[in-house]
Design a protein around this ligand. Structure first.
Ligand code: FAD
Length: 515
């Protein structure tokens, strides 16, 4: 009998024994769906690369108990089958897919899962694991509160980002999102629903933080909040010199322990190699009232670096003090003096900035294209070598998407979690956020960009740059063992304890399923 047939029969038993409702194309009150459109919609992801592994069914859960019943059946049935949680499927390489198994559609589920509950006294919000960050923000703003640590884009699920880490320009100061989660409810690979925190079932808590979906499905997360700022002073300055740029970025993140008046709230940056909408999709900032003619800024290498910083403020802030604080910080930096671009926007508009770029790209048919993205953590000690070999070497003068670069402080990351970062106090995120296009004279095709990614990874290996992939993608266990390094024994022990049949998140291709 084929694995698919065995799987289908296991799922039919599930419907018969535990009563998850079967969806047919015209039904509305539904949970477990065999509908072809549903299956197709979870068989692809944002990466739109070549990975396409359809599941046999899609679960639209109404509660953590629904998720637990499904996983328990997969665990207890003699055949077993894969179960993967899916947030928005904004992975690149099929990480939320479950070949021939069941995808649990956590975000936008028709099952109507629980709503967010805010505790304004204790400054946290409890949210469903599939909740999008944009909706978390909307819920907390009603109380004048907001989460502290973000991703650049808010249409991602809470469970999806904390299964990776969740980073943006606040991470140097607040830590990644996983450093701002108090508690989670998790359905383990045995189908048990467990509440865990730093001081309660802590091994499971640490396992699922940055756990790539390997140890459990997060059905609820308790997220730390702070009083929400109302507005943001948003500044960009340019550098033609890489060492000046990284010196200033590292100086700014070293201020993390200072009072808020003496540091910025957000520090990011990007590399400018070429112009054009695709490359500058996050640069609407510069235009139209604030245009920048990049070619007018002299640089010996055709590469410019843009530091992006913000200062949050409140209704009650005194404008003159804010100006003085910003001025005092800018004075310490070494950017090109004529290159200061400043704007002032509502806090929510700043946080939701990438969505506006998304709408623009969608209107031009440039969003639903293949995205061979590569995200790397690069140690501080080798970032200059990386600049020389990659930004000024392998990439040439066409990059087909923004390149982010910003440093973070390792002491804001909890070593007990499952995420891996370079072994240095400061490391950079380098994000090559590329879109493959088939048209045009110099076609930046998926093949060409993927080949460049391989060249970059080879370069890092040969030159011993000491990178760790963020949002990692590997296809063999040997590569995964190398990725985890000293953490591998802990990761495999956690797998054995929390998902012994290797049912969960098989799309990550870390552990071979046992069925
Ligand atoms: P999915 O792709 O659906 O899932 C990712 C993995 O997590 C899968 O293995 C899945 O099985 C698992 N998973 C999903 N939900 C759960 C759950 N509830 N419990 C357990 N496991 C689960 N990342 C950043 O850190 N910072 C950024 O600034 C950032 N910007 C981005 C901008 C864009 C436009 C895009 C497309 C991605 C960005 N990302 C960023 C990456 C993003 O964090 C990851 O792709 C994340 O996995 C996406 O969340 P998702 O909800 O779509 O997860």
């Amino acid at each position: 009998m084929s694995p698919k047939f065995l799987m289908l029969s296991a799922i039919c038993r599930l419907i018969a024994t535990v009563g998850l409702t079967l969806i047919t194309p015209n039904e509305t009150e539904v949970q477990l769906s065999f509908n072809r459109t549903d299956i197709q919609s979870v068989s692809l992801d944002f990466g739109k690369t070549t990975v396409h592994s359809p599941p046999a069914a899609v679960l639209h859960p109404s509660s953590a108990a629904d998720v637990a019943r499904l996983v328990k059946l997969a665990y207890e049935s003699p055949q077993g089958f894969a179960v993967s949680a899916r947030g928005r499927g904004h992975s690149i390489n099929g990480q939320s897919q479950a070949a021939n198994g069941v995808v649990v559609q956590m975000s936008g589920s028709r099952g109507r899962p629980p709503l967010a509950v805010v505790s304004d006294k204790l400054m946290y919000v409890d949210v469903w694991g599939g909740e999008l960050w944009i909706d978390v923000l909307k819920s907390t703003l009603r109380y004048g509160l907001a989460p502290k640590s973000w991703t650049d884009y808010l249409y991602l699920s809470v469970g999806g980002t904390i299964s990776n880490a969740g980073i943006s320009g606040q991470a140097f100061n607040q830590g990644p999102q996983i450093s701002n989660v108090h508690e989670v409810d998790v359905v383990t690979g045995k189908g048990e629903l467990v509440t865990c925190a730093e001081d309660k079932n802590s091994e499971l808590f640490h396992a699922v933080m940055g756990g790539l979906g390997q140890f459990g499905i997060i059905t609820r997360a308790r997220i730390a909040l702070e009083p929400s700022p109302q507005r943001v002073r948003w500044i960009r300055v340019l550098y033609s010199n890489f060492s000046g740029f990284t010196h200033d970025q590292e100086y700014l993140i070293s201020l993390h322990g200072q009072p808020s008046s003496q540091k910025f709230d957000y520090v990011e940056g990007f590399v400018i190699v070429d112009e054009g909408l695709i490359n500058n999709w996050r640069s609407s900032f510069f235009s139209p009232s604030n245009p920048i003619n990049i070619s007018s800024v002299s640089s010996d290498s055709n590469v410019l670096y843009c530091l992006e910083i913000t200062k949050n403020y409140y209704h009650h802030s005194i404008p003159e003090s804010l100006d003085q604080e910003v001025e005092a910080l800018l004075k310490k930096l070494h950017y090109i003096p004529t290159s200061v671009f400043t704007t002032d926007v509502p806090y929510v508009d700043f946080l939701d900035r990438v969505h506006r770029a998304e709408l623009k790209l969608r209107s031009k048919g440039l969003w639903d294209v293949p995205h061979p993205w590569l995200n790397l953590f690069v140690p501080k000690s080798t970032i200059a070598q990386f600049d020389k070999g990659v930004f000024k070497g392998i990439l040439g003068n066409k990059t087909s998407g923004p390149i982010l670069i910003y440093p973070m402080n390792k002491n804001k990351w909890d070593e007990e979690t499952s995420v891996v970062t370079p072994d240095e106090d400061v490391f950079y995120l380098v994000a090559l956020l590329r879109s493959a296009l088939q048209d045009g004279e110099e076609a930046l095709t998926l093949e060409r960009l993927s080949d460049e990614n391989r060249q970059i990874l080879n370069f890092c290996k040969e030159q011993k740059i000491g990178i760790k992939q963020y949002l990692p993608h590997y296809t063999t266990q040997e590569e995964w063992m190398d990725h985890y390094g000293e953490k591998w024994p802990k990761i495999s022990k956690r797998k054995l304890e929390f998902d012994p049949r290797h049912i969960l998140a098989t799309g990550q291709r870390i552990f071979e399923p046992s069925f």
